[in-house]
Design a protein around this ligand. Structure first.
Ligand SMILES: C[S@@+](CC[C@H](N)C(=O)[O-])C[C@H]1O[C@@H](n2cnc3c(N)ncnc32)[C@H](O)[C@@H]1O
Length: 198
């Protein structure tokens, strides 16, 4: 499948015009919560649709082996600059997630408002990829936008939708499913930590 150049151009335009309301300029509080669930460094972590990737820098600083994928050239350039400035190493891939494949599965995937940036028609395909890119016993840390309105991006992703995309047949769910994180837009993200079943 060829890269979705229309979507790529739309996202790149947002970065070029500074319309990046999602960008915290620092790691999300979801990461601090997620760290408690993660295996110790140097575990392999994937951050799909990483944007400017503040979480990549933070995890790499802590000794994790981090890979970030995003198809916006500007976001990727900004992230590489951040890593260079801080003299941190991480693997940054400028690619469409639907054209990319992992060489080997990851121990952790940190999915921060990536699914919510995708057209809902792509969610099932994307969830299949996440399942394939994470090894059995691996951890999926997810932050899903709660807009409670039609349209997007960001697209609203309810708990029921997360449950259907990541079913209990394949994922271990925690008892607590109502934890939220504040988003720079004033909205909330549903924070979910899942373990891929063996
Ligand atoms: C809402 S932003 C979130 C960025 C980052 N996760 C954060 O929270 O700051 C969505 C990101 O997804 C990227 N993106 C959207 N669709 C993509 C695709 N098919 N492949 C790779 N990146 C994609 C955009 O370029 C953008 O950086």
């Amino acid at each position: 499948m060829g890269a979705d150049t229309n979507q790529q151009a739309r996202w790149e335009k947002r970065y070029l015009e500074g319309r990046t309301a999602w960008d915290r300029g620092q790691p999300s509080p979801a990461l601090a919560l997620g760290l408690a669930e993660m295996p110790a460094p140097p575990a392999r972590v994937l951050i799909p649709a990483c944007g400017r990737g503040y979480e990549i820098a933070e995890l790499a600083k802590r000794g994790y082996d981090v890979t970030g994928v995003d198809f916006s050239p500007s976001a990727v350039a900004d992230l590489k600059r951040l890593l260079d400035t801080q003299q941190i190493e991480a693997c940054v891939v400028a690619y469409d997630l639907f054209d990319w494949e992992a060489d080997e599965p990851f121990d952790v995937i940190y999915e921060q408002t990536a699914l919510c940036a995708l057209e809902p028609s792509k969610w099932l395909d994307y969830a299949e990829r996440l399942c394939r890119w994470i090894q059995p016993g691996g951890i999926l840390i997810g932050a899903f936008m709660q807009t409670h309105r039609q349209g997007g991006p960001p697209w609203h992703c309810s708990l029921a939708t997360v449950e259907s995309l990541f079913p209990e047949t394949r994922w271990e769910w925690p008892t607590r499913r109502d934890q939220t994180i504040s988003h720079p837009s004033g909205l909330k993200e549903l924070a979910i930590y899942l373990k891929r079943k063996k």
